[in-house]
Design a protein around this ligand. Structure first.
Ligand SMILES: [Zn+2]
Length: 304
């Protein structure tokens, strides 16, 4: 166990659909092994972790459990943990990050309910109307921080998304794998009301979760300050029907527990499949490097 941040070109942010089993142990593969474990890592945004350095196809992958939020004695808000995890990946030199999470299903492209065990590789997000504190700490930030404003078009890398879609479609446990959709990111600590889900459906949202939009923002922001983009894509698996006024999840009293015990295996296989494809083939043609803001000048004028 160490706190020194290792070098890793590839990052993995585990979510709740991988929190019910050991990773990568659930895969039972001798060729994927843990090289080093890292407890909570100190960052400018507080502690996040724990991390593991994993060897996949001969390459180091830095993995963090449950969005980096679940420390030994406390839980960190997801919008704070996202900043810390992004900072760790920046220090590690990560260029590619895969994420995943379990979500409520709102609707598919036809407006039909998106049932549990549907996988979605989303293409965009919407934050809920509630105001979540942004990344800026109360004391402000340095005026030399180039990431004070950053564009959020195409928040998920089209190339990494395609790799996740292809790998997820190899997993028979998933009822369907949807390529694209809108991730509604709400606050945390409670789920949504029926009215809120009705409104989200009217607006065209696909799934609802509470973490991954913050990670997309944090990774782009920290890349904007540091230079090269960090390519990010995530896959979500529907664990419940969201609050639609009907059944939340199945009619078995332990349906939720079973989901979280069973979901880590196909999710881990899909993420490792996408990582394997990245290592073998690389990526070509995404837009991730197109959103840096340049030519903006230096403002405000001191006498404005
Ligand atoms: Zn990209």
């Amino acid at each position: 166990m160490t706190n020194q941040i290792p070098e890793a070109r590839i990052g993995s942010i585990g979510g709740s659909n991988r929190w019910g089993q050991p990773f990568p142990g659930v895969l039972g593969r001798d060729d994927i092994r843990v090289i080093e474990r890292y407890s909570a890592i100190d960052t400018p945004f507080g502690q996040v972790g724990p991390f593991k350095l994993i060897e996949v196809c001969g390459e180091s992958v830095l993995h963090v459990r449950m969005h980096g939020m679940y420390l030994e004695d406390r839980v960190v808000p997801p919008w704070v943990a996202a900043k810390g995890v992004a900072w760790v990946f920046q220090q590690a030199g990560a260029r590619y990050v895969f994420g995943d999470g379990s979500v409520g299903g709102i609707q598919d492209f036809q407006g039909n309910p998106l049932e549990p065990w549907s996988a979605v590789v989303m293409s965009d997000y919407k934050r809920s109307g509630m105001l979540i504190p942004n990344s800026i700490p109360p004391a402000g930030i340095s005026r030399t921080n180039k990431a004070f404003y950053h564009r959020m078009a195409a928040p998920f890398c089209s190339c990494l998304r395609q790799k996740l879609v292809e790998a997820a479609r190899q997993q028979p446990e998933f009822r369907v794998v949807q390529d694209g959709g809108i991730y509604l990111c709400t606050g945390w600590g409670e789920f949504e009301s029926v009215f809120e889900i009705d409104k989200a459906r009217e607006e065209g949202c696909t799934i609802v979760g509470q973490t991954i939009a913050y990670e997309a923002i944090a990774l782009r922001e920290i890349a904007a300050d540091g230079g090269e983009p960090i390519h990010f894509a995530a896959m979500c698996v529907v664990s419940n029907n969201a609050e639609n006024g009907g059944v939340w999840i199945g009619d078995s009293p332990d349906a939720m527990r079973k989901f979280y015990e069973q979901c880590p295996l196909p999710t881990s296989r899909a993420v490792i499949g996408a990582i394997d494809s990245l290592i073998r083939e690389g990526i070509d043609g995404c837009l991730c490097g197109n959103f840096a803001i340049t030519g903006f000048g230096i403002f405000p004028h001191e006498d404005a």
